[in-house]
Write a protein that binds this ligand. Structure first.
Ligand code: M6R
Length: 610
């Protein structure tokens, strides 16, 4: 949540900062601001609302400085307003700071500073940071910028990624981080800072990843790294192979639509990243032996939101193919429920961003209990990737729309590939089941193309239901996990209330909600359960519901309103195809309602606070 950008070099900083913020708006969009240095004076432009508001301010063009910091906000402390927008200055306007994260002890620090003569203009936790830096700066004889930032950071509890500029040091930016993401991009006679790679991908592909409790001092021609004691340290640079256009809309009206249509390609790349000539998938880098896997008493898949739904969709596959008890947990619940974890537990963490605070905390908990940890993320160098014992990448490319689409299908695909690998190692099930599944996985990109081409009637259905207040999703077995994800997509971007039910549960309560014309969407891909789900759908049709069916079976029409048929595929992997019409349904409903598809209200792409 919140996006930060920084630039130091030879060019005018302001347009580069705004460009970066526009790419980071998916992280938060309540308010925005930038700060630059001109003639040893700090400038500040900020306002509530979107980043483009800053561009429209009359004095934007007067910012000529070649050093600057910038922020787009997802409000935590203090409502969205100009005062609460970042950057924040200290009382003497010596320091300007942008911050992503939460300072948990800001009240104590604020009282301490007030007792020492400081005053505050915002309700944010962040405003303590520039004042604290100033407090240390003015209390040391030699006015050491880096030392003052370090001392202030030592007082902060909570999470932070900060950028600091100082009018007395117009040739430096200092950055620091703890539990919030921050990358540093290296250019030629210029350097960049960002919360996330896509913000500056247009300028550089070479990145340093700052670790927790480290500091970096940037100038036009150098980047120096320090540990928590300000000892100089060296860091390896990593080259990112994302295409810069992958972070643009590329002719599509919205990122979400573009990302839905990118799915055949992202799945192809994810498959190819592990596919061997003999048709199996290579995960030998995980160092998982038959002995080790045989000793596993449980697999936990831990994640949030859509990533958790991806986990749910492979639970049955792992249990059937590997005969290992597999539990899927919501990270925010898992971390507080004292789960039974030991060295014989394998814990898999799924996260698009690799920065989700709850997932990261759950991962740390599992490590404390000596479990082996594997991260599945979409972002190389992300916090979760660095923390886990092993990490595996999905190759979805940058996902910018807040509603996750291509990351989800890549996660389901990769988890299924991993399940076949475990099954091969363990050899506990019929080999043909594994061979068939692998075959189906490899066929996914072509079948996704077909699915995208067969969704024409989904727009018509969307136009019929976009004004509804409630829409229900039903499914059994793997189809229930698809129903959950379809329902989440709809809630997120159309603001229509929606629930997903295991179809067999309907008669135990939720069926009371069905009345004349209620919309019910049933997913029918789990061949073992299709007949059961059809009966459950009949029960709602009898009570007046209009129904949309997503299926890969050839079915007689049982009075369904609309049927979308997707290509045949094994139920183990059907979520990758069946979710596509549901993604498009949410998209078209959101468009018809005139909503901001890519930046739905109250949400942020990467949830880096608890
Ligand atoms: O980056 P992560 O995959 O860890 O994010 C987890 C959830 O916050 C995320 O999936 C969220 O539910 C999306 N907005 C869903 O579209």
């Amino acid at each position: 949540m919140c996006g930060i950008v920084g630039y130091i070099g030879t060019k005018k900083a302001a347009p580069i900062l705004i460009d970066g913020l526009l790419k980071l708006e998916y992280r938060g969009y309540d308010s925005a601001g930038i700060s630059t240095i001109e003639n040893n004076c700090l400038s500040l432009l900020k306002d509530k609302g979107r980043v483009k508001n800053i561009l429209n301010l009359s004095n934007f063009d007067t910012l000529s400085g070649t050093i600057g910091i910038a922020h787009t906000r997802w409000a935590t402390h203090g409502k969205p307003s100009k005062e609460n927008s970042h950057p924040h200055f200290d009382n003497s306007s010596t320091f300007s700071v942008v911050h992503n994260g939460i300072i948990e002890n800001y009240n104590e620090l604020k009282n301490f500073l007030i007792d020492n003569g400081y005053s505050f203009v915002s309700q944010t936790d962040t405003e303590v940071i520039p004042n604290l830096i100033h407090y240390y700066y003015s209390s040391t004889a030699n006015k050491d910028f880096l030392q003052s930032v370090k001392m202030a950071c030592s007082d902060l509890h909570g999470s932070f990624a900060i950028e600091v500029i100082c009018k007395d040091f117009p040739d430096n930016i200092i950055v620091a981080k703890k539990d919030s993401p921050l990358v540093i991009g290296k250019g030629e006679h210029e350097n960049y800072i960002a919360s996330d790679i896509p913000a500056v991908l247009k300028y550089t592909k070479n990145f340093y990843f700052l670790q927790d409790n480290e500091f970096a001092l940037l100038s036009e021609n150098s980047i120096t790294f320090f540990d928590n004691n300000l000892n100089e340290i060296s860091k390896d640079i990593k080259t990112i192979d994302w295409d810069e256009n992958s972070a643009d809309k590329n002719g599509y009206e919205d990122y979400m639509l573009k990302e839905i249509y990118e799915q055949p390609d992202s799945i192809r790349k994810t498959i190819n990243s592990r596919l061997l000539d003999n048709g199996t998938f290579d995960f030998t880098d995980l160092n998982i032996s038959k002995n080790y896997l045989s000793s596993i008493n449980k697999i936990y898949i831990v994640a949030c939101g859509t990533a958790m739904h991806a986990g749910l969709s492979v639970k049955n596959t792992i249990e059937k193919l590997c005969k290992i008890n597999t539990e899927v947990d919501i990270a925010s619940e898992f971390r507080y429920r004292s789960p039974l974890i030991d060295k014989n537990t394998l814990c898999i963490f799924v996260s698009q961003s690799g920065e989700t605070a709850d997932t990261l905390a759950a991962l740390k908990l599992c490590k404390e209990h000596s479990a082996k940890t594997i991260a599945i993320t979409n972002v190389l160098g992300s916090s979760i990737t660095r923390e886990a014992d092993y990490s595996i990448l999905t190759y979805a490319g940058p996902e910018i729309a807040v509603a996750s689409t291509k990351a989800y299908t890549a996660q389901v695909t990769l988890l299924s590939m991993l399940a076949t690998y475990f099954a091969d190692v363990l050899n506990r099930c019929d080999k043909d089941i594994v061979i068939d599944l692998r075959h189906d996985i490899v066929s996914l990109p072509a079948k996704l193309e077909q699915t995208l081409n067969s969704c024409n009637s989904i727009k018509d259905f969307a136009l019929r239901v976009y004004n509804e207040h409630d829409i229900f999703f039903l499914g059994r077995g793997i189809d229930y996990s698809i129903a959950l994800e379809g329902s989440l997509k709809l809630k997120e971007i159309s603001y229509i209330h929606s629930d997903a039910y295991a179809a067999g549960e309907l008669k135990h309560g939720p069926i009371a909600l069905i009345e004349d014309n209620t919309t019910v969407i049933t997913i029918l891909t789990d061949s073992n359960l299709v007949k059961k789900s059809i009966s459950n759908t009949q029960e709602v049709i009898t009570r007046g519901a209009k129904t949309l069916i997503i299926t890969n079976q050839s079915l007689p029409n049982y009075g369904f309103d609309t049927i979308i048929t997707i290509p045949e595929i094994s139920e183990y992997i059907s979520p990758v195809l069946a979710i596509v019409p549901l993604q498009l349904l949410s998209y078209f409903i959101s468009k018809e309602k005139g909503l901001d598809v890519d930046k739905p209200r109250n949400l942020a792409k990467s949830v880096t606070v608890e």
